[in-house]
Design a protein around this ligand. Structure first.
Ligand SMILES: [Zn+2]
Length: 78
């Protein structure tokens, strides 16, 4: 079995590049997994001062952190 010098040079160049490509794809995949944060918080808007803040989606009546008024979450039917 004979291997040409062109094939050897091709492997010598392509193997490190394939390794770097694999490392780059793995790093991108890992970074995307870190950025995704599942949360149960929803965005609520105060009717008085229009301040927007996050609150738990199970709370129907939350207090605005800026003005202190009670805010009813949207979608509860009233
Ligand atoms: Zn407010």
């Amino acid at each position: 079995m004979t291997v040409s010098i062109g094939t050897l040079i091709g492997f010598y160049v392509m193997l490190p590049l394939a390794g770097l490509l694999g490392l780059w794809l793995f790093d991108e995949w890992r970074a995307r997994r870190k950025r995704f944060v599942p949360t149960s918080a929803v965005l609520a808007t105060c009717d008085i001062c229009l301040h927007q803040f996050f609150c738990d989606k199970d709370e129907r009546l939350v207090r605005c952190p800026r003005c202190g008024s009670l805010v009813r979450q949207k979608g509860d039917g009233v």
